[in-house]
Write a protein that binds this ligand. Structure first.
Ligand SMILES: Nc1ncnc2c1ncn2[C@@H]1O[C@H](COP(=O)(O)OP(=O)(O)OP(=O)(O)O)[C@@H](O)[C@H]1O
Length: 452
């Protein structure tokens, strides 16, 4: 059956109405319609799970309410439209309250109204199917083993911790430099855990002006402060049953940290300007690029909140410590870019991979991704060469190491770099490189002699 088509059961003991309904419903070639003159024969076929049953309210063997309950007990997803006489409207309306999709009375315009109701139902079903497939897509996107790319020992350790986080409800604290994938990990935990069908609500603490943080997190009542023109539901309430992801928690103002601690401990919040507390039940994941322990020592972060949030710590390694993951990720981003842009996949030359491996990636995976995407645009043929790789931050070491040279040549290159940096001050360079001044003089002399 196509995505839009419906299997419909018509239950009607009046021959004339049954024919009318079957005829009307069959006008749409996507509908497959089966008719029944009593409830019993329809119940026998119910295992075939129609999407819709039109149910005459008065049947010889069952009352409309009885049949309605039986249908819903087989599968609550089956929609039921009640067809009733004028005098049964009150009971039909009660069935609406119990979850019937709609009711139609046997009047002259029943055909038009039936078509109208079916169109409405069709649209809703299509929407439901779409929502479901989007949900599946999102879940698939965060199947972490296939989506957190990497095979280094560091990332494998992270996988093990994510698995632990998924099976419990423990608060998770993710730390790592910018661009190491903290949000990706938080989403993976959410979409693989028990809360996956409920919202994932991210809040970036550094992106909200200080005086709005409280209302953003806990919400506010109308008129609670100048500018509060309406009621606002805060992030805690939005995340009800799901996950609240507090990104950059280290940036939270100390005056608000006590309120956050209270909300986490009591599992309830009070909207700004509100008087009654509201129960909130959500998982909390926090992330920071800061060393929170240091922040505690320096008095910028409350110690009690730190321990309340600590839960399961997941530390993401910087990309430069992830060994060959740089290559795996680079190839992954190149493939993804080619797919998204309908391009041929381009491969990296050996020198290009070496250039990438030598770079320190201060912006981590985010930086690698944009470097690779730019290289895909810049590369002319089907290979990405070292020249197609542009680092946003000039990495002297990477430049020095790209060319293959002897140890002695590297040594001279480094000495010249330092001499340039410290205005030819040989004493300073000797100090910095921790070698004797006389060694530098000797090496420079040897170099001069060998070039003559
Ligand atoms: N292991 C991974 N595999 C594939 N892509 C990744 C991985 N980790 C991160 N990314 C990608 O890198 C980029 C940065 O990731 P993310 O935003 O999660 O980092 P972050 O640590 O939260 O950064 P910030 O601290 O700046 O908020 C995103 O485009 C993300 O999709």
């Amino acid at each position: 059956m196509s995505e839009q088509s419906f299997q419909i059961f018509v239950v009607e003991d009046d021959d004339w109405y049954r024919k009318l309904l079957v005829h009307t419903l069959s006008l749409n070639p996507d509908h497959s319609v089966k008719a029944f003159a009593d409830g019993e024969s329809m119940l026998k076929e119910l295992k075939n799970k129609p999407q819709l049953v039109t149910l005459d309210f008065r049947l010889p063997d069952y009352s409309g309410s009885e049949l309605f309950d039986k249908i819903k007990s087989v599968d609550p997803e089956i929609e039921v439209i009640i067809i009733s006489e004028q005098q049964d409207i009150e009971t039909a309306i009660n069935l609406l309250k119990k979850g019937a999709y709609d009711y139609l009375t046997k009047t002259d315009d029943i055909r038009d109204r039936l078509i109208h109701v079916l169109n409405k139902l069709g649209k809703n079903k299509k929407l439901e199917a779409k929502v479901e497939s989007l949900q599946q897509e999102v879940e698939k996107k965060y199947e972490f083993q296939s989506n957190i790319i990497g095979q280094s020992a560091g990332i494998k350790k992270v996988f093990r911790l994510i698995e632990k986080a998924i099976t419990t409800n423990i608060t998770v604290m993710i730390t790592g430099e910018t661009g190491t994938g903290k949000e990706v990990v938080a989403k993976s935990i959410h979409y693989n855990g028990k809360q996956k069908s409920k919202p994932f609500v991210p809040v970036n603490m550094s992106a909200i002006p200080k005086d709005l943080v409280e209302s953003e997190l806990f919400g506010h009542e109308k008129g609670s402060f100048t500018g509060a023109t309406g009621k606002h539901i805060g992030k805690f309430e939005q995340a009800q049953g799901g996950t609240l992801f507090l990104d950059e928690i280290g940036e939270m103002d100390i005056s608000l940290q006590a309120k956050l601690l209270r909300a986490l401990q009591e599992k309830e919040i009070t909207r700004v300007g509100g008087s009654s507390p509201i129960k909130v039940d959500c998982r909390v994941i926090v992330a920071t690029h800061r060393n929170l322990q240091k922040e505690v020592k320096e008095g910028n972060f409350r110690e009690d909140l730190y321990y309340r949030l600590f839960g399961l710590p997941i530390e993401l390694p910087p990309l430069r410590e992830r060994d060959k993951d740089v290559i795996i990720l680079a190839k992954h981003f190149a493939e993804a870019f080619a797919k998204e842009n309908d391009q041929e996949i381009k491969s990296f030359t050996k020198d290009t991979l070496q250039k990438l491996m030598n770079y320190s990636f201060p912006g981590n995976i985010r930086e690698l991704k944009s470097i690779v995407e730019l290289a895909m645009v810049m590369a002319d043929g089907n290979e990405i060469s070292p020249d197609d790789i542009t680092f946003a931050q000039k990495d002297v070491l990477a430049d020095v190491l790209t060319e293959e040279m002897s140890m002695k040549e590297y040594q001279m290159r480094i000495i010249h770099l330092y001499l340039k940096k410290y205005s030819e001050d040989i004493k300073m360079v000797a100090d910095k490189l921790d070698i004797g001044q006389s060694t530098i003089y000797r090496l420079l002399k040897e170099e001069k002699e060998s070039s003559q």
